[in-house]
Design a protein around this ligand. Structure first.
Ligand code: SF4
Length: 358
């Protein structure tokens, strides 16, 4: 019996895959067989639906004390490129995007050395009071941990206050690779793996749903990728609070690691499939078109992905790192891309409530 066949049997028996299984998949070149397994799992969960949302991204500041080696977005306070949006400036951007009937604001930012926690609370409150129906998905666990450090509040207090102000859920960023070795080399100043997981656990306890990510294609080993997936699988077993998993291919341009080569389409499609198969307790696997490109994102829909993210409007982080995709896309274009694959495009809100099928 081939090893892939053994893995297939386990999947059909609803068994979770082990580290050994994950490594077999990650070392395999047979992406069509792996993709077929992942596509079947996707179909068991959501049939032929593929989700998208109508959202906008906003980054309050690019000033960051962490200066991670893989980040092309951040800069020091003294840099001529440094910016900080005022609450009114942020509101103007959202007003401009609201004409497209956005249902979500996705907001992540640098760790600014001088802004107080009150600044973030004010932005969330202002946004919620002017646009009560727009869901605010904001602040990675790395930012939440930083708010706790600068405010003196515990993690649960920070989350509680943000939730009270109108925060609806957390994005999944800042996970990178949940490995001490990798974080020590690439981002020693920001939240550790344990802290990232602790914030997620606390968010789920507070009733905030979250996503989870993986940044791959830099110095990580195959073992570290699979360990990352197993760690998420275990936390999901414990809390059930994750909605979607988003594997992010690393874009090296303009970073301190520009000697790395970006993951190829082959590697990206295999990663989408492995995510679907290893994370059998996650409902949604997202192909984030901004990072993968529209073509690979569209192909990902045959390899286990059931979500293609949203309209975005103005993306800055991946584009500073060399992403050559548009910074936004229309809803009509997303619908066209999904329909071409034979799937049914379903507009969702942030919490995966279905708004309309096309
Ligand atoms: S990845 Fe986030 S925490 Fe790291 S430097 Fe960039 S903005 Fe700062």
């Amino acid at each position: 019996m081939s090893t892939l066949k053994k893995i297939e049997d386990k999947i059909n028996n609803h068994e979770s895959l082990t580290k050994e299984d994950g490594l077999v998949l990650l070392r395999s070149r047979d992406i069509l067989s792996i993709g077929k397994l992942a596509d079947a799992e996707k179909k068991k969960k959501v049939g032929s639906k593929v989700f998208f949302n109508v959202n906008c991204h906003i980054n309050l500041t690019n000033v960051c004390v962490s200066r991670c080696r893989f980040c092309a977005f951040s800069c020091d306070k003294e840099s001529p490129e440094a910016y900080v949006l005022t609450a009114e400036g942020a509101m103007e951007k959202i007003r401009a995007a609201s004409s497209a009937l956005i249902t979500e604001v996705h907001m992540v930012s640098g760790l600014h050395p001088d802004l107080p926690f009150a600044y973030y609370l004010e932005i969330v409150k202002s946004l919620k009071s002017e646009f009560p129906s727009i869901h605010i998905k904001a602040f990675t666990p790395v930012e939440i941990k930083y708010f706790s450090d600068i405010s003196g509040f515990g993690i649960e207090q920070v989350l509680g206050r943000l939730k009270e102000a109108g925060l609806g859920s957390l994005p999944g960023g800042g996970a990178e690779i949940l490995s001490h070795r990798v974080r020590h080399q690439l981002c020693p100043k920001k939240a550790s793996s344990g802290e990232w997981l602790e914030v997620m656990r606390a968010a789920h306890r507070t009733g905030l749903r979250t996503n989870a990510t993986l940044l791959y294609g830099h110095i990580e080993t195959k073992e570290e990728i699979i360990d990352h997936l197993i760690t998420l699988q275990m936390l999901q077993k414990e809390t059930g609070g994750f909605q979607a998993f988003i594997p992010l291919p690393f874009h090296p341009a303009n970073t301190m690691m520009d000697c790395c080569a970006m993951p190829t389409a082959f590697e990206q499609l295999r990663m989408i499939s492995i995510s679907r198969l290893m994370l059998n307790n996650f409902d949604h696997i997202k192909a984030y078109w901004i990072m993968s490109g529209l073509k690979t994102a569209q192909l990902s829909l045959f390899f286990g992905a059931d979500d293609i993210d949203g309209t975005v409007v103005e993306e800055k982080i991946a584009h500073r790192a060399g992403a050559d995709t548009a910074t936004g896309i229309t809803k009509e274009e997303l619908i066209r891309l999904i329909k071409q694959t034979g799937n049914v495009p379903v507009q969702r809100d942030t919490l995966y409530k279905e708004i309309e099928a096309y």
